[in-house]
Design a protein around this ligand. Structure first.
Ligand code: URA
Length: 242
């Protein structure tokens, strides 16, 4: 038996807090009867309806993909562009765990488990993501200091990042480096670099926590192994206590 709000969040409908609001607003029915009491326990046998729609209790699935450049992390696109779901099995209602930009490649997790997704992307859980950044320009010692200290702009404050310079090409005025962050703000890496006056030429996510895609070609995916899912959940729980 699980709490009603948890089951709703796990079905990927909304966050647990939003589920609590829906319950208190009388929008949720269990076995056909309105249930507006928080903490009600439900089992797999119970039918749960939100605003008249029955939520499905499908098997939870977890994938890792090597996202190619040139596709979106949305479920569809008005302009007919490719999405990551075009690469995935078509019989499941899955979504990406956070987003990578159209022109960003690398590690992307996909699932139908809303709560897992939330734990993986919320900065509170401190899960690290590492990018190889190809930059137009030379990353200066002062840039690195700012990134390590926690970059501040007029509108944003970023948590301290880890920086490891791989290559500086003074002739072509380019830098390649690894950047590790535990937040996932919109276009975060590109915006951090813009704030330092640099343009990102290429962005590839090499790691999501301990997971990489060295065994997958661009566009390929595999199911996460049970121990990998367990380890991700464990890391997010430890991260919450930091
Ligand atoms: N930061 C970005 O700017 N873009 C991405 O796709 C991921 C992180």
């Amino acid at each position: 038996m699980e709490r009603l709000q948890k089951v709703i969040a796990q079905a990927g409908i909304c966050s647990r807090r939003k589920a609590e609001e829906l319950i208190l607003d009388g929008k949720v029915k269990v076995n056909g009867k309105v249930c507006d009491v928080l903490g009600t326990k439900v089992s797999n046998q119970d039918s749960i309806e939100i605003n008249g729609n029955v939520i499905s209790k499908e098997e939870k699935v977890y994938y890792i993909m090597n996202k190619p450049k040139g596709c979106l992390c949305t479920s569809s696109d008005d302009k007919g562009r490719k999405t990551v779901l075009d690469y995935m099995p078509q019989n499941q209602r899955i979504f990406s765990v956070g987003r990578l930009d159209y022109d960003t490649s690398g590690v992307l997790l996909l699932t139908n488990d809303g709560q897992f997704c939330n734990h993986m992307i919320h900065p509170r859980y401190h899960l690290e993501k590492t990018y190889v950044v190809n930059l137009q320009g030379i990353l200066s010692d002062d840039d690195i200091k700012q990134l390590r200290r926690g970059l501040k702009t007029k509108t944003e404050k970023y948590q301290p990042a880890k920086v490891f310079v791989l290559q500086k090409d003074l002739t072509r005025n380019r830098t390649q480096f690894e950047l590790t962050i535990s937040e996932g703000k919109n276009h975060q890496v590109k915006n951090m670099m813009l704030a330092l006056g640099h343009e990102v030429r290429r962005l590839h996510r090499v790691k999501f926590a301990f997971l990489d895609v060295k065994d997958l070609r661009a566009g390929e995916y595999r199911r996460l192994k049970p121990y990998e899912i367990k380890q991700l959940n464990r890391l997010s729980m430890e991260g919450e206590q930091k």
